[in-house]
Design a protein around this ligand. Sequence first.
Ligand code: S3P
Length: 186
Amino acid sequence: MFPERVVLVGFMGSGKTRVGRELANRLGWRHVDLDREIEVREGVTIPEYFERHGETAFRAIEAEITPLFTAASHTVISTGGGWVTNPGMFEALPSGTLTVFLRVAPEEVLRRVSVGPGRSTRPLLAGPDPAAKIVELMAARDPLYSRAMLAVETDRRSPRDVAEEICRNMQGGEWQTKHDVDSGIE
Ligand code: S3P
């Protein structure tokens, strides 16, 4: 069975937005970026939202809007890096959803968020020691990201290359096999 939708998870700077856009283009599907949807809905940027309302309120919105987009077919959804910390998110995804973990090394995150829009758009890395914060958050979150059906390396790879690998897995049905093994289905 070909997946009906794809949900991308992974740390800040793993390329969820760019890979999501690329993958959706290749498939001719709709691309939804949850951070962007929150910004449009709330009328503020993510850093502004964090400053005014804090992380707990942000997580509540993330959890609230997710089903609005995961109900649709032919959609690639890029989540925010902390989406996985909301309880029950994986469990609530409809069947036919391929979840993909975009892996990235801490040094690569630091490099990616230090150039371009970078740190200013990531309130959780805005403190005095972003390198230590990346290591700390990643250690806590890796087990959650690893619950995705498929894991793809992104270090030193273009979004296009990563999207191609995901496409290949979708077509080959490997994602389904892995999920069946994980969930105990023979
Ligand atoms: C967050 C990641 C951000 C954004 C918010 C919180 C996180 O998204 O949702 O700043 O907790 O890791 P990206 O992963 O797209 O940077």
